[in-house]
Design a protein around this ligand. Structure first.
Ligand SMILES: [Zn+2]
Length: 448
């Protein structure tokens, strides 16, 4: 193996939330030992001259051909690994009915570690094939099956945040834990993941949501997150029935967001899925705590929870990433998450317009540049990985998708400019347009 690999061709990433940077004749040099980007160069027309005048002359060269480009790997900030079992089922139900009918029976079957192994291998392979190089996973309440999931992720090479789910109340008899064993298993799980000393793997404290967690459990989880310096993920303000039920259980807290805050769960390392129905002061609280938001538009439409206004969060400088929320969202593809986010944003535009009787409609829906940003850099920020991934910069990990526009679900008609080619991928592309997928320099999936 040579020390370096040089990728030469077009690459595309976000220079800022508003600005897509499309670099033709670019160079990305990857250190094969560390998987980190050692050098980035723009506008290199003659590769030989560049190599000869650099310290990379013995590098392996990978030519990114015409109609191909590299983009940063997708970051899915919220997905439930076991729920991929029934993706697409129960889409006629609302959240709380759907949990009882599909989710709890399915997740309880992961008590069987062999079953977990078979299912999780398929799940992780599918997400990698779709270009999800980083994913934040909810598993189940079972310590064994959670360890199995982490082992599989490690073997297949995804960058992942993994959480053992906690539930000690308002859950069915066949899928519930005692408070103390829930905390003990969480500690054991954190130690198991950290014991691997694999920088791609991070354990996450994962109370399912306030409904299924007692006050004692949430305080205990907050203490564990602090002790081991790990992130926290949960659900917040997803649907009206859920919000009403939650607030009735924790009457001493001012609102749903305050329930988590009162239990020490809104930290800088925490991120909340959904946040569809939030009062301004709740968003202000997230901003003050530096807590992130995982926007899961497909799920919000599919379980008709509501339409989240991402613009409100961005305007208050809250970190926002995208999530598939498999299987509240039926698709395990971040391209779908991008498109669902696009529709949610357009729906907001329509709502804002129709609410105005007169006057100017000033609402700006998300642009393609913003959509790609949220799926890459935004997700990295939510997970506290913005120094490591999300764009092609020296020192960051080479987490990348090698996009090939020829074949698959895209037709090039001739005459498309560079931006239009990127847009064709975002709106019409599929896994068939991903020639290779890399995590920290390692190829983890290939189309051929
Ligand atoms: Zn979820």
């Amino acid at each position: 193996m040579t020390k370096y690999t040089v990728y030469h061709g077009t690459f595309v990433h976000s220079a800022s939330i508003k600005e897509l940077d499309i670099v033709s004749n670019g160079i990305i040099v990857v250190d094969n030992e560390t998987g980190l980007i050692a050098h980035v160069e723009r506008d290199v027309k003659d590769l030989e001259t560049f190599l000869n005048s650099s310290s990379f002359e013995d590098a392996t060269v990978q030519k990114v051909e015409k109609e191909q480009f590299l983009i940063p790997g997708f970051v899915d900030t919220h997905a439930h690994a076991p729920q991929y079992m029934f993706a697409g089922s129960g889409m006629d139900l609302q959240l709380l009915e759907w949990l009882e009918t599909y989710v709890f029976p399915c997740e309880s079957s992961f008590k069987d570690a062999d079953h977990a192994k078979q299912a999780y291998e398929k799940v992780i392979r599918r997400f990698l094939r779709n270009g999800t190089t980083t994913c934040s996973w909810f598993a189940t309440i079972h310590l064994n099956a959670c360890q199995v999931l982490v082992d599989i992720i490690e073997q297949l090479g995804q960058r992942a945040y993994v959480g053992k789910v906690n539930m000690d109340q308002n859950s069915p008899d066949f899928y519930i834990e005692e408070t103390d064993s829930s905390l003990n298993d969480t500690r054991a799980f954190i130690q198991y993941v950290q014991g691997k000393k694999n920088e791609l793997l991070t354990p996450v404290v994962t109370p399912r949501f306030a409904i299924t967690c007692s006050s004692k459990l949430m305080h205990g989880l907050s203490a564990l997150a602090k002790e081991y310096q790990v992130p926290i993920q949960t659900h917040l303000c997803e649907n009206h029935n859920e919000i009403e039920f939650t607030c009735s259980l924790f009457k001493e807290s001012k609102d749903y967001t305050s329930i988590y805050d009162d239990h020490g769960l809104l930290t800088e390392k925490a991120y909340m899925a959904h946040c569809v129905h939030m009062k301004d002061e709740e968003i202000d609280m997230l901003a003050a705590r530096r807590t992130g938001v995982s926007h899961c538009a497909n799920s919000n439409f599919s379980l008709h929870s509501g339409v989240c206004d991402v613009r409100r969060f961005l305007e208050k400088n809250v970190k926002v990433g995208l999530g598939t929320d498999v299987a509240g969202g039926f698709s395990p593809s971040m391209l779908d998450a991008i498109r669902s986010t696009f529709f949610a944003s357009k729906t907001q535009k329509i709502i804002h317009r129709d609410m105005l009787e007169k006057g100017e409609d000033s609402y700006t829906p998300l642009s393609p540049a913003e959509l790609l940003y949220l799926a890459t850099v935004g997700g990295a920020q939510v997970l506290g990985l913005e120094e490591k991934i999300g764009s092609f910069e020296k020192g960051k990990a080479f987490d990348a998708l090698w996009v090939d526009l020829l074949g698959g679900s895209i037709d090039l008609m001739g005459g498309e400019n560079e931006l239009q080619k990127v847009e064709k991928f975002l709106f019409n592309g599929s896994d068939q347009n991903l020639k290779h997928v890399y995590v920290q320099g390692r190829r983890v999936s290939s189309r051929d």
